[in-house]
Design a protein around this ligand. Structure first.
Ligand code: 5AD
Ligand code: SF4
Length: 458
């Protein structure tokens, strides 16, 4: 078993057979390895996402979900535009840097109305990242919402086993769901997906396929939770998923997609006391506190136990396990990988090249935006390379001919330790005759032209 874990830690690639073996095994080594990879690739910061459940109306009838359309025991609600914006403002005032807007699938708001809400939320200061979790839409609708400021989208594939998918999702189409995920990627959303663990008849092989699917679509976020039977659903008498198996699926996902964001899901906590903290020590790095007001919160009962999970004392609990609350928006790649030399292995060149290749494949949205503008000698015929190893560092972009390096900074550069590290790094690069220009993610988002001018002037 240890050899499979070592391979996963090194290469982040496993076969289906190897994944199944890990799923069958019951040692803590898997969780410890996932925790180590989490620490090396995304650091100790926990990203908090403020969750607003703005409507529980759903037209679908997923067999496992308490909000399914045919469940007449649910009192349905929709928050008003003003209520949503007010909740978002409170969240930003409390220090949250991401707002997650979640609802059943119903189109209670048209894409245009939602776009108006997003535009208002984007005016808040500091501007939060916005995640949507509102189900399957048309390509055009995803486009409208992206343009209005949505940064991320959560859409769990639920299971990649097509037979099971069909069985538990009447009138839904696996291919359309996959189309949605593809659209979202192409539209440059950060894409979150995930699966339920422990559905009746679900096999370990099918869970392995789910994990390989996450890797194949290069998802940016993965939410995994155990299936918990709800009394008002066709699966009311089913056994339900186990916490341990869900934790294994999550840990293997961390090994295979080392720099993504993985929430410690509410279902983990609902099933096991302290489940969220255990998840955070087994690969997870995100928590999504629910900030919907109590009067409607109880009406969003997807599974039993969900609405009583609390967030009291969270900061303390995180501190106790040596974790800190992150101050930035927590996009994928806003991680210390490029800052902290330890995971790169000092002076080991081949490994560095591999890491650089990895980073090239997994650029942040801002890196991609700048790269699209400067690649192929587009500006003044300057030849830029990306994620290029120099000594023991990997620089974001480099024009070797002009000895110019461009670095993009996310919020994590604010930490004291990182400022010191950045200074050392700049000193070293200067000593090799390179000039380093640093830009903030914000600059790339809002003032790309200014950045190009600056590069040209230098
Ligand atoms: N148990 C656990 N998770 C569930 N979900 C829906 N029903 C259940 C359940 N009974 C999850 C689905 C969905 C998310 C919003 O909640 O994966 O994508
Ligand atoms: Fe609706 Fe989502 Fe529940 Fe399915 S899982 S019934 S789409 S709220």
């Amino acid at each position: 078993m240890q050899d499979i874990i070592e391979k996963a830690k090194k290469t982040h690639i496993l076969s289906k057979n190897e994944i199944v073996k890990l799923l069958k095994n019951n040692s803590d080594d898997l969780f410890n390895a996932a925790d180590e990879v989490r620490k090396n690739f995304v650091g100790d910061g926990i990203h908090l996402r403020a969750l607003i459940e703005f409507s529980n109306i759903c037209k679908n009838n997923c067999h496992y979900c308490g909000l399914r359309a045919e469940n007449t025991n649910v009192e349905r609600y929709v928050l008003s535009k003003d209520e949503i914006i007010k909740l978002a403002k409170n969240a930003v005032d409390m220090g949250f840097r991401t707002i997650v807007m979640q609802s059943g699938e119903s189109k209670v708001f048209s894409a245009d109305t939602l776009a108006d809400i997003l535009l208002e939320i984007k005016k808040l200061n500091p501007t939060p990242a916005i995640t949507l979790s509102i189900g399957e839409l048309t390509t055009e609708e995803y486009k409208i919402l992206k343009k209005a400021g949505a940064d991320r989208f959560l859409l769990r594939i639920e299971t990649t086993d097509k037979e099971l998918y069909k069985k538990y999702h009447p009138n839904m189409d696996f291919e359309n769901r996959a189309r949605c995920l593809k659209d979202l990627k192409e539209l440059d959303y950060e894409v979150g997906t995930g699966c339920l663990v422990g559905l009746p008849e679900q096999t370990l092989e099918s869970l392995a396929d789910d994990i390989l699917f996450f890797k194949e679509i290069n998802a940016d976020m993965i939410g995994i939770g155990p299936f918990i039977p709800h009394k008002d659903t066709p699966l009311k008498d089913a056994k339900g998923g186990s916490f341990e198996l869900a934790l294994k699926v999550m840990a293997i996902t961390r090994l295979l997609l080392p720099n993504i964001n993985i929430p410690a899901t509410t279902a983990m906590e609902a099933l096991k006391e302290n489940g969220r903290i255990i998840a955070l020590q087994s690969g997870a790095n995100v928590v999504m506190p629910n900030i919907t007001l109590d009067n409607v919160r109880k009406k969003y009962e997807i599974y039993p136990g969900k609405t009583s999970v609390t967030y009291d004392n969270l900061e303390n609990k995180l501190q106790q396990i040596g974790r800190i609350i992150s101050k930035d928006c927590g996009f994928r790649g806003d991680s210390p990988l490029t800052l902290n030399p330890s995971p790169l292995g000092r002076g080991k060149h081949p490994r560095k090249i591999k890491q650089a290749r990895y980073l090239r494949k997994n650029m942040t949205p801002q890196e991609r935006k700048l790269w699209n503008t400067i690649k192929n000698n587009q500006i003044n015929n300057l030849k830029f390379k990306r994620q290029h190893p120099i000594g023991e560092y990997i620089v974001d972009f480099i024009c070797i001919e002009k000895r110019l390096i461009l670095e993009i900074d996310g919020g994590q550069h604010n930490y004291k330790k990182n400022i010191r590290y950045d200074n050392e790094r700049t000193k070293y690069l200067n000593s090799r005759g390179f000039q380093v220009l640093r830009f903030w993610n914000n600059d790339i988002d809002n003032n790309l032209e200014g950045i190009i001018e600056k590069i040209l002037s230098v």
